[in-house]
Design a protein around this ligand. Structure first.
Ligand code: SF4
Ligand code: SF4
Length: 346
C-alpha cells in the first residue's frame, strides 16, 4: 500500500516493486497523478478517496451526506481516473451509537456507487474515549456485524491488546478487511540510537532488524489483510517489500521484536488511548504522542509540528495530577513526556 504523499521519486520504483494500492489518491489531479500509475491498465491499481468530517476536525466536525457526496464527485472529475476503488471515511465514527444512527456516510457512498464513481466502502477508525465516545475496537466490532463497510484500518502493532486480536479474528470470520496502521512505534528512533544499534549487532539478531521483523510479524498474521508501513525512501521500501515476501519469521526476528519492545517501555506510546479517559483536563494525550512518533520515528518534524499546532489543548494544559499514569501499560511518565513533546513541537 502506497500513499499520495510519498516522495514522487519513490512512486515509479514502488510501482515496479508491486505497490498497487494508493491511499489519499484524491490528492492527485489529472496533471499530478504519477505517470507510472496512470500508464497502467486502470483495473491493475486501486485508488482511495479519503472523506473527512465537515465543519471542524475529526473530533469536532460532523457527518454530512451531501457534502461527502459532492467532495468525492468533484475529486473524480478533477482526477480523470473515472472512479475510486475505495471510499474511506477518515478517522471514523465517534461511538457505536453514532455508527448506529448517522447514516450520512453510508448514504453518500451508496449514491456514488450507483453512479459508478466508487466501488467499496471502508474507514480508518480512531479511539474517541477522550471526547466521551468509544474505543476503535468496539466501533469496528459493531461495523463488522452490522454495516455495509467492507474494511477498517486501525492502530495495531506488536504486543498490542487482546481486544485487537479479537477484532481481527471476527473480521476474518466475516470476510471483512483489516489494515494495521501506526505499526512501527519506536522503530525510527531505535534506528538512530547508537546504544540500541550496538545491542542489535549481537549475533542473535543477525540478519534481522526491528523494521523487517515487524513487517514479517504483521504479514504472518492470517487474520490481518494488510498493513500501512511508513516509507520515506526507496531503500526502506525495498527492505520492507523484501521482508514481506520472505514472510517466515526466524528466531532472530523474534529476538529483534523483543529488543524493540524492551526499548519502547517507558519511551514510546503504543497509542492505546487507555490514559485519555482518566484526564480531567481532556488532553488528547494519545494524539500528542502520535505526533511525537511522526517526529521521532518518521523523522518528519514539520508534519509533527503542523499537527501539534492544530490542537485546541496541548501538553501545557497538563496540571500534573498523575491520574492518567496508572493506566499506561507502556510505563510512560506522561507528565514528563508531555513536557518533552511540547519542547520538541510547541
Ligand atoms: S497528569 Fe496531566 S495528562 Fe495526566 S491526567 Fe493529569 S492533567 Fe491529564
Ligand atoms: S501514553 Fe500509555 S496509556 Fe496513553 S496511549 Fe500511550 S501507551 Fe496508551
Amino acid at each position: 500500500m502506497g500513499a499520495a504523499d510519498w516522495s514522487p521519486a519513490v512512486i515509479p520504483l514502488a510501482v515496479k516493486a508491486g505497490v498497487n494500492y494508493w491511499h489519499k489518491a484524491h490528492r492527485w489531479n489529472a496533471e499530478t497523478m504519477p505517470e507510472a500509475i496512470k500508464s497502467q491498465p486502470r483495473e491493475s491499481y486501486h485508488l482511495e478517496v479519503v472523506v473527512d468530517r465537515v465543519g471542524g476536525d475529526h473530533m469536532h466536525g460532523h457527518i454530512d451526506e451531501e457534502q461527502h457526496y459532492q467532495f468525492v464527485k468533484k475529486a473524480v472529475e478533477r482526477s480523470g481516473v473515472g472512479y475510486y476503488d475505495v471510499f474511506k471515511f477518515h478517522f471514523g465514527y465517534h461511538s457505536v451509537a453514532e455508527a448506529k444512527t448517522d447514516m450520512g456516510v453510508i448514504r453518500a457512498f451508496e449514491r456514488l456507487k450507483k453512479e459508478g464513481l466508487v466501488k467499496h466502502l471502508a474507514l480508518s477508525q480512531h479511539h474517541y474515549n477522550n471526547i466521551g465516545g468509544d474505543m476503535a475496537y468496539d466501533i469496528v466490532t459493531y461495523l463488522i456485524q452490522n454495516s455495509p463497510f467492507e474494511a477498517a484500518q486501525f492502530f495495531y502493532t506488536y504486543g498490542d491488546k487482546h481486544e485487537l486480536e479479537d477484532v481481527l479474528a471476527l473480521a476474518k470470520k466475516n470476510d471483512f478487511g483489516t489494515i494495521a496502521m501506526k505499526t512501527m512505534g519506536g522503530v525510527g528512533r531505535a534506528a538512530t540510537d547508537k546504544k540500541f544499534q550496538t545491542m542489535l549487532a549481537e549475533p542473535r539478531f543477525k540478519g534481522s532488524s526491528p523494521g523487517t521483523a515487524m513487517v514479517k510479524w504483521l504479514m504472518a498474521n492470517p487474520n490481518l489483510t494488510a498493513a500501512v508501513i511508513n516509507t520515506t525512501n526507496f531503500d526502506q521500501l525495498q527492505e520492507n517489500v523484501g521482508a514481506a515476501r520472505e514472510l517466515k519469521m526466524g528466531a532472530n526476528d523474534h529476538h529483534a521484536l523483543g529488543l524493540l519492545a524492551a526499548y519502547n517501555k517507558g519511551l514510546t506510546c503504543l497509542l492505546c488511548a487507555d490514559c485519555v479517559s482518566h484526564c480531567p483536563e481532556h488532553i488528547a494525550i494519545a494524539d500528542i504522542l502520535r505526533y511525537e512518533r511522526y517526529a521521532l520515528d518518521y523523522h518528519d518534524l514539520s508534519r509533527a509540528k503542523a499537527e501539534y499546532q492544530t490542537l485546541t489543548k496541548n501538553g501545557t494544559a497538563c496540571i500534573a495530577c498523575g491520574d492518567c499514569m496508572p493506566s499506561c501499560q507502556a510505563d510512560i511518565n506522561i507528565i514528563a513526556k508531555l513536557k518533552d513533546v511540547h519542547r520538541l513541537l510547541g
